[in-house]
Design a protein around this ligand. Sequence first.
Ligand SMILES: *Cc1c(COP(=O)(O)O)cnc(C)c1O
Length: 371
Amino acid sequence: MGFNKPYLTGNEQVYIQEAISGLHLSGNGQFTKKCQTFFENRYGFKKCFLTTSCTDALEMAAILAEIVPGDEVIMPSFTFVSTANAFVLRGAKIVFCDSRSDHPGMDESLIESLVTPRTKAIVPVHYAGVACDMDVIMAVANKYNLLVIEDAAQAIDSFYTGEDGVKRPLGSIGHMAAFSFHETKNIISGEGGMLVVNDERFIERAEIIWEKGTNRAAFFRGDIDKYGWIDVGSSFLPSEIIAAFLWAQLVALDKIQARRKVIWNTYYDGLAELQDLGIRLPKIPDFATNNAHMFYLIMPSLEERSLLIYKMRQTDIHLVFHYQSLHNSPFYLSQGKEISLRKSEEYSDSLVRLPFYYELDIIRVLEGILN
Ligand SMILES: *Cc1c(COP(=O)(O)O)cnc(C)c1O
């Protein structure tokens, strides 16, 4: 039994066929617009741009943030390489923040101590789709005039409730946010992503960067009578075939989420007794919701984690650990000085993810772990 298995709603081919029949196969067509409008209406995201990956969306955000060599960007070390790479590509210096003790997300209380006159942005990662404490992050950002770019790759349909009691979708709080539709996420299109722009100041330029540095989108809207090269940019938009696939998934979003939540809760209830053995289950802070992106255990040690992965392999059930802290990566060590982030290192050594997908035979996994 694999760790992940992409779920197909059955309508992917229907919509892809529709895109093919319509003969608009490049980007920014009918399905792209449908997907973007879906997100804008459902979650109140100011403006959405489908991209070919979350990595691309983060790279767009780094360009829009006007990151220049020497600028500093604060982010957790316990994250995927793309969170950092997008800013490194623009010459940024990455300043890594340690994780919380109760959750692998970044420890918000440490962020202010990492701010310097060169700091330009904070990139919170909503690990496992569970919100960072955005009130704290936005307060630091406002105080020092920093941009907040949410890495919401795993955070579709998840929410944060701040001091004011308002429940806000993740991706709607920062100046910008990036989502992923990679086949390992809740809603998929193979490879795929989306940039959300909530701050109006960036919308016009985002559209140009998205369209290879041209004002092509405005031209096709009829706003201008010819288009040309007016800024930097790249080919960030996916084809309509990808967008058609994604549309089928979005139509089934509530059904997919409902099923994933059943799986998550079954894991949680079924494995609660492991806590007596010093094994920790995921903790969802009061300000966050759970979008059932992932189920993980935090083992007492690296050895016990290796043993569990090995034991489960014998019954053909694949458990996988997660991020190796970026501050200990060969690339970072070749660039900067050695630092120690104890919590992040602990999660790198002790966190293990359980198989999680729509059609999972969860009873088999539970029996395997509890035996
Ligand atoms: C999956 C993921 C990404 C990258 O997404 P792609 O769509 O594969 O580029 C970035 N950040 C986090 C936190 C992720 O989980």
